[in-house]
Design a protein around this ligand. Sequence first.
Ligand code: XMP
Length: 310
Amino acid sequence: MFEPEKFIQKQVHEVKEMVGDGKAVIAVSGGVDSTVCAVLTHRAVGDRLVAVFIDDGLMREGEAEQVINFFKARNMNARLVDAANEFFDALKGINEPEEKRKAFRNTFYAVLARVVRDENANCLVQGTIAADVLETVKGIKTQHNILEQIGIDPKGYGLTIVEPLKEIYKHEVREVARSLGVPPEFSERPPFPGPGLATRILGEVTPQRVDIERRATKIVETETSEIPSFQGMAVLMNDRATGIRDGKRAYGYMVVVRLVKSKDAITAEAVNVPWEVLKKIDKRITTEIPEVVHVLYSLTDKPPATIEFQ
Ligand code: XMP
């Protein structure tokens, strides 16, 4: 049986040893893994941890403020770094999903490396969990934050990588979160991909397309908040569809709505969302976001689909 208190004690001790008299940086996203990791590390080294939220311009509405406020309320050393333009520059003209991930990742680590240097840190703390290690090793997607596996040598940066959650699974991370007094907005937060809304934009990621995706996401999340699911999302398609605006033919965007049930993200099942809810989402998206003329619902389980569209 997993015992969160014991786990915390052991990890706090290990993190203390690893950081020594030095300083640590962690990039936080608001996800349960990085939040737990930051709170746990703070317990070990206090103010010698800097939690940095890199605003990549690809977050959901209000996300940056919510995350920073959470850490500040706990009297933790938290820093917001606005790097949106850098990310948009890196993503310019890229359509292919893995290329986008690569551009995202390179920019992310370039920004993070700057923060580490600025802060004079000797340790980089990462919220890697056991499932990340598994999926990356299997090569399903190159999505996870294990530096060595993506060819970045941390020693090249003179850094020690600290990964206190590497051996536990999501449900255990949530148990640790509750033990650490992390509130449900964070401990029970549905997974959200590292590259943020970029994962849900097929084709080029531009500020204008992110804005459409962000507004659609907000509508889907609001209208499905009462429906049990593992993850819910809006996906902006690359192709356009013929629609009618002001009585005239108009080519507009298409948005796919997807809600899935899953235990571990390895397999997933499309949720049977009530028709009235779907119609309300459709009405709101096509009214509040005039650029969108067509809303679809995704029916396919994983496999053969993946949870995300790319
Ligand atoms: P897929 O689409 O592979 O997603 O069925 C499985 C889980 O992983 C999340 N996901 C990502 N997480 N970076 C991440 O940090 C990524 O690039 C990425 N792609 C997918 C997805 O949201 C789901 O929970």
